[in-house]
Design a protein around this ligand. Structure first.
Ligand SMILES: Cc1ncc(COP(=O)(O)O)c(C=O)c1O
Length: 362
């Protein structure tokens, strides 16, 4: 049986009757946009995250752009972010006309390196945008003293401990493979600053409070009722799902995977959105896994600063990020989801073991 990288369906399968019940309620209400489910989901996620307000939006990319727009960041401004992340992080900065300034990552956590960030702050820096990559909370404490607002890109980290309460705002994606996921696209802004939250709320609906007066140039970026209804159900499952992910990560270690590659270092807040190991033998292991029908992936193989869309930014001054480039060559994501069967993990480790032993002998 082929093994997927993420089995989204396995996570929600037993909930299908309840999902259909939630859909039925929305269908009977006849309200599909900014109705009671979105309002309740915003209240419930604010309480869960420990922030005063959240705002449901259409996806995680819009969430980033809306926060930057609400902070009036644009042409002439710089925002520091990692390059070892999904392209949307820097894309959102470029969409506003601002310039992404890339900082290198810490080789152990794969999150932004606070010392490198500090070295890149200039008088043009308007924000720092750390990413809680693969579900591991980035170390924000050293960034708080730099006198620049933090925007946490938490797209991959719903439920991770210690996130969303430090930055002025944090953004989430509910893309179906995420820890908290929708059955389609969805996103959220969580704000610690009430004024900023109010602005994001206006901007997600054309800069208007009442559909009569339009105060800002906003956009149309709303979470819809059907998605919010399901997200409310899934929010109740999230802690259990994240516990199951942590147990699966511990099981990979117990099975001896660490003999053959560098495992992600554990810490209590980590929610393993992806289970990403490192090895200079990445290509050989990936080939052996694929041949055995086990899906695997390497993330950000061309890191953002080397993407064609970034030429405008990097042409002026070459960007050198040694740890980012090493991680882009060495990372390998293995199957991970809430409830991944132990036998599947045993198969993964035995294929890695065999490929490593053959490799060492040849
Ligand atoms: C780190 C990061 N930021 C932003 C996004 C964008 O989210 P969305 O796909 O919902 O627009 C993603 C999505 O994968 C992501 O992983």
């Amino acid at each position: 049986m082929p093994v997927p990288l993420v089995d989204v369906r396995a996570q929600y399968e037993r909930l299908i009757p309840q999902i259909l019940g939630r859909f039925q309620e929305v269908l009977e209400s006849g309200t599909f946009i900014l109705g009671p489910n979105v309002k309740a989901f915003e209240e419930e996620t604010a309480a869960y995250l420990g922030v005063p307000q959240t705002i449901g939006v259409a996806n995680g990319t819009d969430a980033l752009v809306l926060v930057l727009d609400a902070l009036e960041i644009g042409a002439g401004d710089e925002v520091i972010c990692p390059s070892f992340t999904f392209y949307a992080t820097a894309e959102a900065i470029m969409r506003t006309g601002a310039t992404p300034v890339f900082a290198d990552i810490d080789p152990v956590t794969l999150n932004i390196d606070p010392e490198d960030v500090a070295a890149r702050v200039t008088e043009r820096t308007r924000a720092i945008m750390p990413v809680h990559l693969f579900g591991r909370p980035a170390d924000l404490e050293p960034l708080t003293g730099l006198g620049v607002p933090l925007i946490e890109d938490a797209a991959q980290a719903f439920g991770a401990r210690g996130i969303a309460t430090t930055g002025v705002a944090s953004t989430f994606s509910f893309f179906p493979t995420k820890n908290l996921f929708a059955l389609g696209d969805g996103g959220l802004v969580a704000a610690t600053d009430e004024e900023l939250a109010d602005r994001v709320r206006l901007l997600r609906f054309h800069g208007s409070r009442d559909k009569q007066t339009f105060t800002y140039v906003g956009t149309n970026s709303r979470l819809d009722e059907l998605q919010a209804a399901v997200l409310r159900l899934f929010l109740g499952e999230l802690d259990g799902w994240n516990r199951a992910r942590r147990e699966a990560a511990a099981r990979y270690a117990e099975l001896g995977l660490g003999e053959f590659c560098e495992l992600p270092e554990d810490e209590p807040g980590h929610v393993y959105h992806m289970y990403v190991v490192r090895t200079p033998e990445r290509l050989r292991l990936a080939e052996a896994l694929s041949a055995a029908g086990i899906a695997n992936a390497s993330y950000y193989v061309t890191p953002t600063h080397l993407q064609p869309a970034l030429e405008r930014v990097t042409r002026a001054e070459p960007v050198i990020l040694p740890e980012t480039e090493r991680a882009s060559r060495e990372n390998l994501a293995l199957p991970m989801w809430a409830g991944i069967p132990a036998e599947v993990q045993e198969r993964v480790v035995s294929v890695v073991r065999e490929a490593s032993t053959v490799g060492a002998a040849s």
